[in-house]
Design a protein around this ligand. Structure first.
Ligand code: GTP
Ligand code: MG
Length: 210
């Protein structure tokens, strides 16, 4: 299905977040893991900036997503700055704690956290910590293993190692290069949006501030 996507705004602190209305899908992961590329792959167009330089995305970027024929946004994609990369200046990683933690903890419309990990890299402590934090604050999450096109025949064993090392129920392999996992991920996103709409009393219902 072709969705309509539009860049909404870039926020450097909580005061600049858009009013909480549509369900939000957050894209989280270490710098360079492929968050922006994954958003572009789902959107089918290049809306999020990608880069070879880790730390490219430094603000929280909100994108509106509409199903065809719908006048209002059905959901928002939220591209968050990467964490845990040694070459990203400390000033930026400190900022992460200042506004990303409050977003993850308080945002009333956050429907699903996609935790991206590189399928080619063994389980990382920073990823396990993020997953543990999200489980602790009771956020729905799905672990997505990116760059799966580069792993080759070892994919299944790499996924199983990640699943165990990160304490995840399930890991979805994905590639923004080949399109692997794209349909399955869209299905899981739609389910999370429907669940969130039901909990809030429907897509038009007002939501608690957050
Ligand atoms: P920050 O914004 O710095 O946190 O990075 P990011 O997580 O948004 O990563 P981004 O999408 O910018 O991608 C980083 C690099 O990985 C780019 O060079 C991409 O081309 C590459 N990349 C992303 N996804 C894939 C993939 O599925 N397969 C392969 N082979 N490369 C990928
Ligand atoms: Mg990015």
């Amino acid at each position: 299905m072709k969705v309509h996507t539009r860049f909404l705004l870039s926020a450097l602190d909580e005061r600049h977040f858009p009013a909480a209305s549509s369900p939000e899908i957050a894209f989280l992961g270490r710098s360079n893991v492929g968050k922006s590329s994954l958003i572009n792959s789902l959107a089918g167009v290049k809306i999020a900036k990608t880069s070879n330089t880790p730390g490219r995305t430094q603000a929280i970027n909100f994108f509106e997503v509409r199903w065809p024929g719908h006048p209002k946004p059905d959901l928002l994609f939220v591209d968050l700055p990467g964490y845990g990369y040694a070459r990203v200046p400390r000033e930026i990683t400190n900022r992460w704690q200042g506004f990303v933690d409050p977003y993850l903890t308080n945002r009333s419309t956050l429907a699903l956290c996609l935790c991206l990990v590189d399928a080619n890299v063994p389980p990382q402590k920073s990823d396990a910590q993020l997953i543990e934090f999200l489980q602790h604050v009771d956020r729905p999450l799905l672990v997505v293993a990116t760059k799966a096109d580069k792993v080759g025949s070892r994919l299944q064993s790499a996924l199983e190692k990640l699943r165990q090392g990160l304490g995840a129920d399930k890991i979805l392999p994905f590639s923004s290069k080949s399109g692997m996992g794209r349909d399955e991920l869209w299905k899981l996103i739609r389910m999370a949006v429907e669940r969130s709409d039901e909990e809030s009393g429907g897509p038009e219902a007002p939501r608690a501030a957050g």
